[in-house]
Design a protein around this ligand. Structure first.
Ligand code: PEP
Ligand code: MG
Length: 591
């Protein structure tokens, strides 16, 4: 895996064998990355992928065999300890696992892969697992198809058994020279990326506003999703250029193209440095109207970057990321610490903590309750109502943190007025508990609701009466208005923030909040899109919340905007039903 440092990258001689080619997908974060391809499986990033030396092959196979034998012993032991009174399925379930483990598909083929491909044992096993799972998916019989979950569980056991017995480094060296290539990543995988320093990443699947893409953006890495066959077409160690702005991936570029992109890369760097000068400039339009530019964060550590970018608060703390990549739930105390850290890091500025938005593409280990259509299922506040103990623990943690800063509470996925009432009842219950225990919290804590479902946008004039503020989640609002799954790249081309229905709902919600004299923000990806800044200003928006990396470019737009002009053009755009005309008017607005 050792590669030369980036500054001496030259075109790989193997490029002539495989040839240079270009793939197109959806760019999810700005910037250009140049690095070597590192192919990873869809399994969790925790699984190391590395090439082994020929003289390590036998030892690696032995490591694999030992782990399989250990798991076999564990399963047999478990089977023997099943009490006679236990339901019969319990023994049967362990039988299935033992059978899967003993099948040569899992216990033999990975050994061959280690030998033939010189990949480490974990990588070999996961590759084989994916092949098996793909086969299971083709089976018509539902019962048999669902057995893929058992395959996954058995593999996870073997992976666990191998943990800590590796001989070689866990991660490729020179991570900053590496572009990770995968079929797909889950939002949980992306969070693990935060511990790495890769140059960029590309995936076959994924939509631009999937949570995977959102976290990618938060890593500030050039990235492309929806490339379809990248993982199949790219070979390990091939040189890649990732243009995250245009969504273009160049494989094995020639010297001329490489030089061109190096130039673009340095121009972008200079542009970014220039923007940094705006960091402490207050955001206001040319006519002096102040605008709040706040940050979206996933973990408390992200506050640092938000401050660095000059954010005037946290407009959205996506707390569900504290719940991913683990087998247990974070305790109330652990959550309290995380929320307190964020609140204290932003003294005197609002820190808007969103209650759990689990479900859809963010699933906690062992709790996939998405139902047949996860984005329309038991997601977000619906999931919280179904898990009152978990919800109450989070509410208490948020309330406790409110004693340490300007914490606001935000509820996702509201569709019904009774859900707001129900939230208030839970908040009251959490308050009562804290009061009984003499634990301090902010008695004036503000409670806001997310407008992410068309029903909530249409009912905004009613909902706002019950709430202290609104926050428009355009990612979901667009998904639900246009009926396109935001994680599905096959319908990604239909994702259109400028669709007249979407604009009507966004503008209408802002109008309703302004009329009621209550604050309203946009915290979906639309808020960080510079092409939409003036349009939203024209609709009356004065609070934007976005990933910190987007804050300064948006501030530049705000500083150059004239409100009267923005309002006039925004209202013309609202009255337009012709997409071409909309784009023309938007062009004028941004000129
Ligand atoms: C949104 O839907 O726009 C939003 C901000 O929430 P999330 O992206 O976390 O679903
Ligand atoms: Mg949302």
């Amino acid at each position: 895996m050792d590669q030369p440092p980036l500054d001496i990258i030259r075109v790989d001689p193997r490029a002539t064998q495989h040839g240079s080619f270009t793939l197109h997908g959806a760019g999810v974060s700005n910037g250009i990355a140049i690095g070597y391809a590192h192919l990873v499986s869809t399994a969790r990033l925790e699984v190391a992928h590395y090439e082994i030396e020929p003289d390590q092959i036998d030892a690696e196979i032995e490591r694999f065999d030992t782990a399989v034998a250990q798991v076999r012993g564990e399963l047999i032991g478990l089977h023997a300890s099943v009490p006679a009174s236990a339901p019969a399925e319990m023994g049967a379930f362990l039988d299935v696992h033992i059978m899967i483990l003993n099948d040569s598909m899992l216990s033999e083929i990975p050994r061959e892969l280690i030998r033939a491909r010189r990949c480490n044992a974990e990588w070999a096993l996961v590759q084989q697992m994916e092949m098996l799972i793909a086969r299971f998916e083709e089976i018509e019989d539902l019962y048999l198809r669902e057995r893929k979950a058992d395959v996954r569980q058995v593999v996870e056991r073997v992976l666990k058994a191998m943990l800590g017995t590796g001989q070689t480094p866990e991660h490729p060296t020179h991570e900053e020279n590496v572009v990770v290539v995968a079929h797909d990543f889950s939002p949980a995988d992306m969070i693990l990326f935060k511990q790495h320093q890769f140059a960029g990443f590309v995936t076959d699947l994924g939509g631009v506003t999937s949570h995977t893409a959102i976290v990618a953006r938060s890593l500030g890495l050039p990235a492309i999703v929806g490339l379809h066959h990248a993982r199949q077409m790219i070979r390990e160690n091939e040189l890649l250029i990732v243009d995250g702005t245009e969504g273009v991936l160049i494989v094995n570029p020639d010297e001329r193209v490489l030089a061109e992109y190096r130039l673009k890369q340095s121009a972008l760097l200079i542009e970014r440095q220039k923007l940094r000068r705006l960091r402490s400039t207050p955001a206001a339009t040319l006519d002096g109207t102040p605008v709040e530019l706040q940050a979206n964060i996933e973990l408390p550590d992200d506050v640092e970057e938000a401050l660095e970018a000059g954010a005037t608060g946290v407009g959205l703390f996506r707390t569900e990321f504290l719940f991913l990549n683990r087998d247990d739930l974070p305790s109330e105390d652990e959550q309290f610490e995380a929320y307190r850290l964020a609140a204290e890091a932003m003294p005197d500025r609002p820190v808007t903590i969103r209650t759990l938005d689990l479900g859809a593409d963010k699933i906690i280990n062992g709790a996939d309750r998405g139902g047949p259509n996860p984005s329309l299922g038991l997601r977000a506040i619906r999931f919280c109502f179904a898990e009152p103990a978990m919800f109450l623990a989070q509410l208490r943690a948020i309330l406790r943190a409110s004693a340490y800063g300007k914490v606001r509470l935000l509820v996702p996925m509201l569709a019904h007025a009774h859900e707001i009432d129900q939230v208030f009842q839970y908040v009251q219950q959490a308050r009562d508990t804290l009061e009984a225990m003499g634990i301090p919290y902010d008695h004036e804590i503000q409670i806001g609701g997310m407008v992410e479902i068309p029903a909530a946008a249409l009912a905004a004039p009613l909902f706002i009466k019950r709430l202290d503020f609104l926050s428009i989640g355009t990612n979901d609002l667009i998904q639900y208005t246009l009926a396109i799954d935001r994680t599905d790249d096959t319908v990604a081309h239909l994702y259109d923030p400028l669709h007249p229905a979407v604009l009507q709902l966004v503008a209408g919600t802002i109008r309703a909040a302004v009329k009621a004299g209550k604050p309203v923000a946009v915290c979906g990806e639309m808020a960080g899109e510079v092409a939409h800044t003036r349009l939203l200003l024209g609709f009356g928006l004065r609070q934007f919340s976005m990933h910190p990396a987007l804050l300064l470019p948006v501030k530049q737009q705000v500083l150059r905007a004239t409100l009267s002009e923005a309002e006039a053009l925004a209202s013309r755009i609202l009255r337009t039903d012709d997409p071409e005309k909309t784009r023309q008017l938007l062009g004028r607005l941004n000129a």
